[in-house]
Design a protein around this ligand. Structure first.
Ligand code: FNR
Length: 368
């Protein structure tokens, strides 16, 4: 028998249920990674190389999980990252994630390739709720400019330019399922005239501009007042370049292991980046986010200890939404809050700003 929602005790449980209830093509699109899926697996297992150095006798009666992201107060330091094609998992699509994010006072990043239209996802937000926009840059910059300026007008508070996908990776599970139905928003974003024999991902991505480069970044900064961030940065040299370009932040990410196989995990890159920024006293010049493989609050706490402002979580909310709809998303977020409160207490930290590198032993990471 299928587990009922109350039998899901952690984020991995939703994945197990989703795998059983989802349509094969939808499961293939959500769960796949690039090539041999080595990076996809490494994303989570990299966190297993980091151990805690808890403090004792710290008065942890009251725990405050709240923080800010790009100036927005949030109840806990994760956001719902951009994942395309929400209607593959739930007939209502991304607005289910919007409602869950509202209930838990966290930010949702809206994907360029959402199944719902951008305006539908904006209309679903409630009083004071904050959304960001994930951008795939179109070869036709007039389209890109229209998308960005419309998002700003609709109240989006951050622009995340995806920079790890000049060409979509080969996700063979997805390609084998010979995807057909690409969802309603794809025409608006330039994803028409597509070859559907290559799986969902490749079918919808042919408009993305592979010539995008550093010289384009000032243009993005000039067309919007939203903070501009680069999503998919994978080495310290590029973080430094991003700071020099004047962007407001980066997401250390490998696209959930869906692009370059053998890309390092975001947490590994974070451990490389922060000491260099601290040496230059640059650690407060931008906000650094990490995504990929975050399944436990302990993963989130480790990233925060190493200097991340927050973390993005993708597949777990897709699986929760696909298996149980909004109640699933709600429970997944609540489980993370409960896990985080307990683990903050157990490492001896009563608020997020107290987390620092002394709480983790990173000698197991490969750079050492
Ligand atoms: C993604 N991701 C993604 N990223 C992006 O910039 N634009 C996109 O359209 C998508 N689409 C997308 C679809 C699906 C099904 C997945 C699983 C992921 C990547 C996403 O934003 C994020 O980097 C990863 O999902 C984080 O890893 P986890 O949390 O899924 O392990």
């Amino acid at each position: 028998r299928m587990p009922v929602l109350e039998q899901c005790y952690n984020l991995m449980d939703f994945e197990a249920v989703a795998r059983r209830v989802m349509k094969k093509t939808a499961w293939a699109y959500y769960s796949s990674g690039a090539d041999d899926e080595i990076t996809m697996r490494e994303n989570h297992s990299a966190y297993h190389k980091i151990w805690f150095r808890p403090r004792i006798l710290m008065d942890v009666e009251n725990i405050d999980l709240s923080t800010t992201m790009l100036g927005t107060p949030v109840s806990i330091p994760f956001y719902v990252t951009a994942t395309a094609l929400g209607k593959l998992g739930n007939p209502e699509g991304e607005v289910v994630l919007t409602r869950g994010a509202h209930k838990h006072n966290v930010i949702q990043m809206i994907p360029t390739l959402a199944s719902c239209s951008f305006d539908e996802i904006c209309d679903a937000k409630k009083d004071g709720q904050i959304q960001w926009l994930q951008l795939y840059v179109n070869k036709d910059r007039a389209i890109t400019k229209r998308i960005v300026q419309h998002a700003e007008k609709r109240g989006c508070k951050g622009l995340f330019i995806t920079v790890d996908a000049p060409q979509l990776g080969r996700r063979e599970k997805d390609m084998r399922s010979k995807f057909q139905d690409v969802g309603s928003n794809v025409q608006d974003t330039g994803g028409d005239n597509v070859d559907r024999s290559q799986g969902a991902a490749r079918a919808i991505s042919s408009f993305i501009d592979p010539s995008l480069n550093w010289k384009d970044i000032p243009w993005f900064l000039s067309i919007t007042k939203m903070p501009v961030l680069l999503k998919g940065v994978q080495r310290v040299e590029d973080v430094i370049k991003a700071i020099e370009c004047g962007v407001h932040g980066v997401v250390l990410s490998n696209h959930g292991g869906r692009q370059l196989d053998f890309a390092r995990s975001g947490i590994e890159v974070l451990a490389e980046v922060m000491p260099v920024l601290r040496e230059r006293a640059w650690e407060n010049r931008i906000e650094i986010y990490v995504d990929g493989g975050i399944r436990r609050a302990t993963d989130m706490i480790k990233a925060l200890c190493l200097g991340a402002k927050g973390v993005g979580i993708g597949r777990p909310f897709l699986y929760a939404m696909s298996a149980y709809g909004l109640p699933g998303v709600d429970r997944a977020m609540q489980l993370l809050k409960d896990e985080m409160e307990m683990n903050m207490r157990l490492i001896g930290c009563s608020s997020v700003d107290q987390l620092n590198p002394t709480f983790v032993d990173t000698r197991g990471l490969s750079m050492h």
